[in-house]
Ligand binder design. Structure first.
Ligand SMILES: [Zn+2]
Length: 80
């Protein structure tokens, strides 16, 4: 059963990223910024899983029907 917390999962995680630039007086400047990265991993052809919440997603309705219900359709060529 999905909890409220899972429903609100942004499917991202914050990771620090270093930004470097030259300021107007010619000095090198560095700033660390936290950026949200997707937690999506491919687990199969046309199927992916979000690492943090464990939610599984599909790239197409045909792929979902094949993996969840075993329904074969022209849209799943390559999955069998
Ligand atoms: Zn998530």
């Amino acid at each position: 059963m999905a909890t409220q917390e899972q429903a609100a999962c942004p499917h991202t995680e914050q990771r620090p990223v270093e930004n470097q630039w030259i300021d107007p007086s010619g000095n090198e400047a560095v700033e660390v910024e936290r950026i949200a990265f997707s937690t999506m991993d491919d687990i199969d052809l046309r199927r992916m899983k979000y690492r943090l919440c464990g939610k599984v997603g599909y790239y197409s309705e045909a792929a979902r029907a094949f993996y969840e219900d075993g329904i074969r359709s022209p849209g799943i060529s390559g999955l069998e």
